[in-house]
Structure formats: structure tokens, C-alpha cells
Design a binder for this molecule. Structure first.
Ligand code: ADP
Ligand code: MG
Length: 202
């Protein structure tokens, strides 16, 4: 079962890897966007870390809802409301249980990803974070390592795509040949799940 500590480890691991990869995310966004994705994500996850320390939410659902709210209020740019919705909706779906199963988390994340698709209007193949999140959630039944592999593959698979949503879509065909920044940061969040579970170290 996954308890509140697991969710704190997940978000802490995500914040750490967003910090490490911020320059890379910004470099990807400078090719097909406005070069702010790394700093957006870093600002958001710093605020998230501070909010979790301050409020010390007690259940998995409360933790993720606080993370989502904080991302919405601190991240400028398209990715803030989208990631905020992902985490908030996932947290809401977990309810007020003190512990949840991996299956419940997979189901909740599915609801979160659906909410992102509804909010942003993106479908798989549009060269967005959805190209990472959908395959990751599909693979999650096979465990966190499988989800991570699917996420990494999904992020790489955005390279040959033409963007149909977000700022990169303004570039038309010139968006082809570049990895999507949001798909890349989504893969970091999925990888952090595996880190939190400890299976990455076994
Ligand atoms: P902005 O584009 O406002 O500068 P960011 O640079 O922080 O915001 O985030 C860009 C990322 O957001 C993109 O790489 C893409 O993955 C994601 N994105 C943008 N629009 C959408 C959308 N409508 N649906 C899903 N993801 C989106
Ligand atoms: Mg940007």
C-alpha cells in the first residue's frame, strides 16, 4: 500500500529532478517555445515543497490536492494549470484514504490525465505532455518501472511529431524534430514515482 510518506517521497523526488533538469527543460522550450519551461517548473516545485512543509497535509489525497493548487497558483504558462489539474484531480480521486493501492493510484491518475485532456483539448499525438502521461498510465498496471519506461518512450516519440496544441503549434512544421518540453517534464514526474517506491534502486 502507498501511504502519505510515499506521496511525500514522490513529490520530493519530482522536485529534485525538476531542479536538476531545469536547464534541459528550458533548452527544449527554447527550440519550440519561449524558453521558460524549466524555470516555470522549478518555481512551481519550490513553492510545492514550501507548501507541503507549511501545511503538512496528512493523506495522499490532501497532499496531491495541495500540490495541484500550488502549481496552479505559482506556475505561469500553460503547464501550470495543466499540471495543477493533473495533481488536484488525481488527489481528489484518491479521496480521504490514509493508504491507497497501486491500482487505486493508477485509476486516480487516469482521472487526472483525462482532466488534463479535457482542459487543454490535447489528444495523444499532439506533441504535448499527454504523449507521456497516457502511455505511462496505460503501463502502470505493470508497475512503476514499466510506467517509467513507457513515459520515457512517449517523451522521445514526440520528436518526429508536429505540435497541434500549445505554443509549439504556432511553429507548424518547424516544431518537427524537437522533443516536447512538457512531455519531458512529465517523464520526470513518472520516473519520480519509481524512485519513491524504491524499486529504482533494487
Ligand atoms: P508555455 O507554453 O505557456 O510557455 P510551458 O513552457 O511551461 O508553458 O509549458 C509548455 C508545455 O506545456 C508544452 O511542452 C506541452 O507539453 C504543454 N502543453 C501546452 N499546451 C498544452 C495543452 N493544450 N494540452 C496539454 N499540454 C500542453
Ligand atoms: Mg514555455
Amino acid at each position: 500500500m502507498l501511504d502519505a510518506d510515499f506521496f511525500r517521497r514522490w513529490i520530493a523526488a519530482a522536485a529534485a529532478s525538476v531542479g536538476r533538469e531545469a536547464d534541459h527543460l528550458t533548452a527544449l522550450d527554447s527550440a519550440i517555445g519561449d524558453a521558460d519551461h524549466g524555470s516555470n517548473m522549478q518555481r512551481g516545485f519550490k513553492a510545492v515543497t514550501a507548501a507541503l512543509e507549511r501545511d503538512d497535509p496528512g493523506t495522499p489525497g490532501q497532499i496531491l490536492m495541495l500540490v495541484g493548487r500550488t502549481l496552479i497558483s505559482t506556475v505561469g504558462g500553460a503547464s501550470g494549470p495543466l499540471y495543477g489539474t493533473l495533481l488536484r484531480r488525481t488527489g481528489k480521486a484518491l479521496g480521504d484514504a490514509a493508504e491507497v493501492s497501486e491500482e487505486q493510484l493508477a485509476e486516480a491518475l487516469r482521472a487526472g490525465v483525462d482532466a488534463v485532456m479535457q482542459l487543454g483539448g490535447a489528444a495523444p499525438g499532439d506533441k504535448t505532455m499527454i504523449d507521456t502521461l497516457v502511455p505511462a498510465v496505460d503501463a502502470l498496471g505493470g508497475g512503476f518501472a514499466a510506467a517509467r519506461a513507457a513515459a520515457d518512450e512517449g517523451a522521445l516519440a514526440t520528436i518526429p511529431l508536429q505540435a497541434r496544441k500549445g505554443r509549439a503549434s504556432y511553429l507548424g512544421e518547424r516544431s518537427i524534430g524537437h522533443q516536447d518540453p512538457g512531455a519531458t517534464s512529465s517523464a520526470l514526474l513518472v520516473a519520480a514515482l519509481e524512485e519513491a517506491s524504491g524499486s529504482g534502486d533494487e
